[in-house]
Design a protein around this ligand. Sequence first.
Ligand code: NAD
Length: 341
Amino acid sequence: MSDSSTAPRIVFLEMETWEEDYLKRLCPPDWNTRYYSEEADRIDLARIADAEIVSAFIYSSLDARVLGQMPSLRMIATRSTGVDHIDLAYCREHNIVVSNVPSYGANTVAEHSFALLLSLSRKIYPARERTLHNNFSFHGLQGFDLKDKVLGVIGTGRIGQHAIRIASGFEMQVLAYDPYPDTAASQKLGFDYVDLDTLLARADVISLHCPLTPATRHLIGKPAFMKMKRGVYLINTARGGLIDTTALLWALDVGIVAGAGLDVLEEEEAVREERELLSGRFDQAKLQAVLCNHVLANDERVIITPHIAFNSREAVGRILDTTLNNIVSYLEAKPNNMVTA
Ligand code: NAD
């Protein structure tokens, strides 16, 4: 490695203290690294204008406005699988290499889906509320078994298949929908592929594990809710935009959906930071989604977590390890996990 005066200037954004400590232990001592807790959108860009390598998570919008202020930038090592927060066309035009973390723990997200489901099925949240107030009455806290219930899994990639493995442990029956079925997995794990309408009609619990694309935006909207069983439970740890939030409120109101566990929300960045609402980037439809999220958050049949399905200590450790390897392989001119536009 080169000495620190010639070593590339590497900036890590959105760092928690333990992550900074973890990286400091692993980074070669001659690396020229700086660590910031802020996202790219919040930091004074003059402080990182000299960066040659930037590593950030999904809350940094690495768009042309931000990237344009880092004229020496050569590489972005995003600590995420998704790259929709990065202007890839800008990076291509300016020869900025982008790497990501293709997988870091399907089990981690699938386990969170079941944390949400079990919280709903066994009324864990209202039960805790009650015992906090020294009330040990069990009235109104009857739950339901997962055993023998039909789980509908939409998207049978890495996370969906892990959710199916967990469901087998609960002796649930699994039906799945995926436009690219994995027949070997269906035989090995013992689940059946069906078309989407059949899944919607037969599932007692529906869990979403497909990506958000123009084709899947509002996959679960009013037409889909109208095909579901009354009393269905909906779990979403994939992306908020898969569900039409207004339609979900309607489905809860009319009793089609009995409960929902949501780790992701439409327009969740605005809920996270309400100042975003004043940024002028929000049209009426987006504002409506934000308002609906507030209504959902106050509905006792709904459990919302703030996009933490990925956030186990082990998974974040794997994310940091892969990110460091991506940077090392780039510096050694053997790029790894590169993303192209
Ligand atoms: P993956 O690429 O391994 O699997 C996605 C699957 O979805 C594929 O099998 C694909 O064929 C399928 N698919 C595509 N279009 C579909 C459609 N219209 N209907 C049904 N299935 C469809 O991805 P993964 O690693 O399993 O991750 C799934 C999603 O989970 C990601 O796209 C991401 O949005 C989300 N995720 C969330 C968190 C979190 O913290 N909440 C963390 C990681 C990933």
